[in-house]
Design a protein around this ligand. Structure first.
Ligand code: BGC
Length: 504
């Protein structure tokens, strides 16, 4: 071989080695990268773990806090608020009633006509309107003027063409889904805002007074017959359809629950008079806290950067307002620690850019190529061209975050059942085996997009309920979706109390 030929051969070999080295180097680099990613994912999975033992601890903590909240004002982070609702609709309600349902990103106005026989809502008209973002942080006057004018247009539309009735003032059930300290059925002050609302002048004010002042300004002849939380409306509609309904849960933008409590168990109001011996208690469970809750660094950051740090801890792990943002934070961290999502997208740093319905859409993408996941990563988060493996990772993150949320919500529900003796633990009827459990049928009315529109969330929740309660008991517990319950239930309660008052 001549010198030149040898030189060329050596040169080729050197280049070949260098290329091979680069490929191996890249592989090693990419393996290292994935190692880092796997580590972050593993940490997340471990921190979010909710084995049944831990869920039972959460159940017990919930029961302890319920007792503490009922025992004294401020005795627990669970406020256990009085609602003054001591009768639930029976089905015999008659007449036309309005409702206003304010509490999330939308508000609804409704009119229902009741025929006097259970389940016979003769007609029902609903109008939904998004609340303009700026009104959520403006003044109470701006917010209520907007609501009153929408309500007025709705009433005019509904009543146009119909005979002017020998009108008594129209009655409205006002569903207001924030923590309110009530002093009667139709009065109460806003304790604090949740779910992104922040109208400072309203905190500490009588909510009904603000609404009625706006109704007067708008010239609409209507009075708020009562003020209820959305969970209470949901319970009322649940009960209207099914007399075994004992509690209601909302899992939507925010989360909360209420249930029917014995008046004598509400120790903080000794001597509370109710003609039924019961009162609905609004737990405000979004603010529940326990050291048994599986908390991650993402939750801690989300909380400290939120407008209400140290509040609504349970809600921040469960509800629709927050799940998307937890997922965003995990993807951001992975993006900062590896380049599997490509160059770090600036959109990943925008709080709340990834909303929970998009998490559901990624999670439920059943196309082989995960096309929906690719689309959302690209269009919402500015992450394009990622491999199938990376898309699968995104789905896995959605699952970890959603599973924890659903299972914690299930533990909350069992907490209520345990508090009122409907968890089967006291119900063994002298028999020895589990199949001897005698449980009364127990219905929990449930509403909120996370539960109604996110099938995998629902499956995880049901799975956890069965694990905690055991199949034998769980089969007696029915979670009944009550569509539009928060608003319709408010109108039903207005009807129910109006007939009670008329009877004297
Ligand atoms: C509010 C509750 C409400 C729940 C569901 C929470 O943020 O504090 O009053 O029931 O959201 O809408």
């Amino acid at each position: 071989m001549g010198k030149v030929a040898v030189g060329v051969a050596v040169g080729v070999a050197v280049v070949a080695c260098a290329v091979a080295g680069m490929v191996v180097g890249r592989r090693v680099g990419s393996r290292r990268k994935w190692k880092r990613v796997v580590r972050v994912l593993k940490e997340l999975e471990e921190a979010c773990e909710t084995p049944v033992g831990r869920l039972r601890q959460v159940v017990d903590a919930m029961v302890v806090e319920m007792h503490a909240g009922l025992a004294s004002e401020g005795g627990s982070k669970l406020k256990m608020l009085l609602t003054f609702v001591d009768h639930l609709p029976t089905g015999s309600e008659i007449g036309t009633y309005y409702a206003l349902d304010l509490g999330g990103t939308n508000f609804r106005v409704l009119r229902i006509q009741l025929g006097g026989r259970r389940s016979s809502i003769l007609s029902q008209d609903v109008e939904r309107r998004p609340i303009p973002q700026h009104l959520m942080t403006s003044t109470s006057e701006d917010l209520f003027d907007f609501i009153a004018s929408t309500l007025k247009q709705f009433v005019e539309k509904e009543e146009s063409g119909s005979e002017p009735s020998p009108v008594r003032t129209r009655e409205l059930g006002f569903t207001f889904s924030f923590p309110v300290k009530q002093s009667s059925l139709r009065s109460g002050i806003l304790m604090k805002w949740t779910k992104g609302f922040a109208i400072e002048d309203m905190v500490g004010k009588e909510v009904v007074e603000l609404l009625e002042a706006a109704l007067v300004r708008s010239g609409l002849d209507m009075r708020a017959a009562l003020l209820v939380n959305d969970t209470v409306g949901t319970l009322a509609l649940g009960r209207y359809h099914d007399a075994d309904t004992v509690a209601a849960v909302i899992i939507g933008t925010g989360t909360n629950a209420c249930y029917l409590e014995r008046a004598d168990a509400i120790i903080k109001c000794q001597g509370l008079l109710t003609s039924s011996g019961y009162m609905v208690v609004n737990m405000e469970w979004g603010n529940f806290w326990s050291s048994h809750l599986p908390r991650t660094s993402y939750d801690i950051d989300l909380d400290s950067e939120s407008p209400n740090p140290n509040h609504q801890g349970f809600e921040k792990m469960i509800s629709g307002m927050y799940l998307g943002d937890i997922v965003r934070r995990v993807i951001l961290r992975i993006s900062l620690e590896s380049d599997i999502f490509g160059p770090v997208s600036s959109r990943l740093s925008i709080p709340f850019i990834l909303q929970t319905p998009l998490v559901a859409a990624m999670h439920e993408d059943d196309s082989p190529e995960l096309k929906e996941v690719a689309k959302i990563l690209k269009e919402t988060l500015g992450i394009s061209e990622v491999s199938l493996k990376v898309r699968k990772l995104a789905v896995r993150i959605c699952d970890v975050v959603t599973r924890r949320a659903a299972r914690l919500a299930a533990a909350g529900i069992v907490g209520i059942l345990k508090k009122i003796g409907r968890d089967g633990s006291g119900g063994i009827t002298g028999g020895r085996s589990k199949s001897d459990v005698k449980m009364r049928r127990t219905v929990v009315a449930i509403e909120g997009g996370l539960y109604t529109s996110y099938a995998i969330f629902r499956q995880h929740l049901h799975g956890a309920l069965s694990e905690i309660l055991g199949e034998d008991v769980a089969q007696h517990v029915v979670l009944q979706v009550t569509e539009d319950g928060s608003g319709i239930g408010g109108a039903l309660l207005a009807a129910s109390y109006s007939s009670i008052l008329q009877r004297g």
